[in-house]
Design a protein around this ligand. Structure first.
Ligand SMILES: Nc1nc2c(ncn2[C@@H]2O[C@H](COP(=O)(O)OP(=O)(O)O)[C@@H](O)[C@H]2O)c(=O)[nH]1
Ligand SMILES: [Mg+2]
Length: 252
């Protein structure tokens, strides 16, 4: 029987305190390999990852969260991954949901699956998501759904699975090196006509699980608006953007 190679990728930045806990919750019977990309952490994340036996790649300089994911996916595809799961190594997300996250891809029902903290009313706030983040998440999600014609309950989760078929078909390298990468990849999947699914996940907020500053969050919100404008300009044919136009097999 064909058994797909499932690889977990951990885009890490100063994750030494939470890495072991994250690893403990990864169901090893399902996962073939774990890759950690360290974005020039200063807390010994890379050394710890190596000592724990992870395939570890290190950026010499801090390049950003999007750049980190580019390395993650490149390395996962290089070792022949069929399904790639991205989860933040800050233990904010619970890797014990991995079976639910990969299931739709294994069944051939989706090419990308997002763990959503907003799918079940109340879970995000119960997990300690700050109220301002909750409201910003909701408002941005309504805006993004309106523009893209999707019905997602959130666009901002740090726990996702992608099929290699989808990841190899979209121009990831053209995306931003910053946090908005997570939105750009969804826009690309929508443009490619890929089926997206969501599964509900719990979340937990604590000091080491959330270090992004208020200013960085505002910049993230503004970056999302810019990406949505770019998408409209692209769809209306006013200008074609390489990140959205490398492939012509659009279904919509
Ligand atoms: N590669 C990289 N990742 C970062 C950087 N800053 C934060 N991250 C990662 O981005 C993720 C999200 O940031 P976090 O502070 O946890 O935000 P929040 O959970 O949304 O409040 C974390 O898991 C970090 O691993 C950075 O400068 N470079
Ligand atoms: Mg976090």
């Amino acid at each position: 029987m064909y058994s797909p190679k499932i690889v977990v990728v951990l885009p890490a930045y100063n994750a030494a305190k939470t890495l072991q806990k994250t690893l403990d919750d990864i169901p090893r019977d399902l996962v073939n390999d774990i890759i950690l990309v360290d974005d020039a952490s200063t807390d010994g994340t890379a050394e710890l990852a190596r000592s724990l036996g992870l395939k570890t790649f290190v950026h010499k300089k801090n390049k950003g969260y999007g750049a980190n994911q580019k390395t993650c996916y490149r390395e996962a595809l290089a070792i022949g991954a069929d399904i790639i799961i991205m989860v933040h190594p800050d233990h904010q997300y619970d890797p014990r949901y991995i079976p639910q996250i990969v299931e739709p891809i294994l069944r051939g029902e989706a090419e990308a699956v997002f763990g959503s903290r907003m799918m079940v009313a109340g879970w995000a706030l119960q997990g300690g998501m700050p109220y301002w983040k909750y409201i910003a998440n909701k408002v941005l999600t309504i805006f993004e759904n309106m523009i893209l014609g999707t019905k997602l309950t959130e666009f901002h989760s740090g726990f996702r699975a992608y099929s290699s078929r989808a990841l190899t078909a979209i121009p990831l390298e053209c995306n931003s090196d910053s946090f908005v990468f997570d939105t750009e990849i969804i826009v690309q999947l929508v443009l490619g006509g890929y089926t997206l699914k969501e599964v509900p996940i719990a979340t937990r907020y604590f000091k080491d699980a959330s270090s992004i500053s208020f200013l960085a969050s505002v910049c993230y919100g503004l970056d999302i608006i810019v990406v949505m404008c770019r998408y409209i300009i692209h769809r209306w044919g006013i200008r074609r953007f390489p990140q959205f136009s490398l492939y012509d097999n659009y279904k919509r």
